[in-house]
Design a protein around this ligand. Structure first.
Ligand code: SAM
Length: 354
């Protein structure tokens, strides 16, 4: 088994993809053998250094709205959660966040939110166009859920560069257990294909340790990501939220998340790979451990302080200290102590090397 997994790792480096069975044996072996997990990590870090040196790209995350028409069973801002207080930022507030972010050195803004009908194509495209005009040196990432192809085209034409839409899981049964019937895996995957075809740098991803998820499901996700070749991958541990049906479920594992970050770096050498807020929430050293595992992006929160505790996807979500844009100095220092350097740059995906 150990020898076979090592061979698969070599194959992954050479081919950039593996079969579901191969992934599964790598995952099992990595979880059972600290030596194999360390081999994966050091291989991933060497690739990270080759593509990005010791640099870290930062993204200013602006959480536009916690209204959502969807009802993802795991998510704290889902429509039928009557316990949270809803908010929506005005375009002026959002532009204020951008101004502050630009002053702080952010050269990517990530506009994320629930699927809120107020942000129709006209309003969202106008917002994107204004940001594009005011900050021509800055990349705009959207993470506003499932929209029509025409909508994505309009947002791209208005100046958006990247789009994050985690696929969550490619297993139809698991997808159906985590979402109500009207939310379809096929729609999610169509959206991702549309985004990529339009020219967005598209990002997929999933929660590690989502309720009901097994290593075999994760192996399927890795096969999908190997085929889809996204520009970005967002993965982080699942964390229960008290007002969801999964309140009593255990959180996802930090160590498995780190192993997966490394495997993603090896499979997709030039991918933009964040050490996510969920990882930082589960482990105070999450950012640094993420960088050591092969991640190269951190997304501090730029939302106005008074709404941050309302975008509660899960309990105890970090929104201060090194997760907050104004805490950038703390983040810079902790990364610098570990040998990494935050840079002022758009941080686009570099080309693949031979
Ligand atoms: N509505 C947009 C979408 O669906 O892509 C963006 C916002 S959505 C809340 C962003 C991500 O949060 C989801 O893709 C999901 O993976 C993650 N998320 C939601 N609930 C979570 C939880 N309880 N623990 C960890 N991550 C969670």
């Amino acid at each position: 088994m150990a020898l076979m997994s090592s061979t698969y790792l070599d194959e992954l480096r050479a081919q950039g993809r593996l079969s579901r069975q191969q992934w599964l044996s790598i995952l099992v072996e990595a979880q059972n053998s600290p030596a194999f997990a360390e081999k994966i990590r050091s291989c991933a870090h060497a690739i990270r250094e080759r593509y990005f040196g010791r640099t870290v790209f930062i993204r200013g995350l602006i959480e536009l709205s916690n209204y959502c028409r969807n009802d993802c069973y795991y998510c704290g801002i889902r429509k039928s959660n009557g316990e949270i207080s809803r908010y929506r930022l005005t375009p002026e507030q959002i532009l204020d966040c951008c101004r502050l972010g630009h002053e702080l050195g952010f050269r990517t803004f990530v506009l994320q939110g629930g699927e809120d009908a107020w942000f129709n194509d006209g309003r969202l495209a106008a917002l994107v166009a204004t940001i594009r005009e005011r900050y021509p040196d800055t990349a705009i990432t959207l993470s506003m859920g499932e929209r029509s192809r025409a909508s994505y085209e309009r947002l791209f034409a208005a100046g958006a560069d990247r789009y994050l839409l985690r696929h969550e899981t490619v297993n139809p049964q698991l997808y159906a257990s985590l979402h109500p019937e009207q939310q379809r895996l096929a729609t999610r995957l169509d959206c991702l294909r549309n985004l990529q075809a339009i020219g967005f740098q598209a990002g997929a991803g999933f929660m590690v340790g989502a309720p009901g998820q097994t290593l075999a499901h994760i192996a399927e996700d890795l096969v999908f990501l190997g085929d889809f070749r996204p520009a970005m991958v967002g993965i982080g541990p699942f964390i229960p939220q008290h007002a969801t049906r999964y309140a009593q479920e255990p959180a996802g594992s930090v160590s498995l998340t780190l192993i997966l970050l490394s495997l993603l770096r090896i499979m997709l050498p030039n991918v933009l790979l964040p050490a996510t807020t969920a990882l930082g929430t589960m482990d105070p050293q999450g950012h640094v451990k993420g960088m050591r595992a092969g991640a190269n992006v951190v997304m501090p929160n730029l939302s106005p302080a008074d709404v941050r505790d309302k975008y509660l996807l899960y309990d105890n979500k970090l929104a201060s200290g090194s997760e907050a844009a104004e805490g950038l100095e703390i983040l810079r220092q902790s990364l610098a102590e570990a040998g990494y350097e935050i840079v002022v740059a758009r941080g686009d995906q570099p080309p693949m090397q031979n």
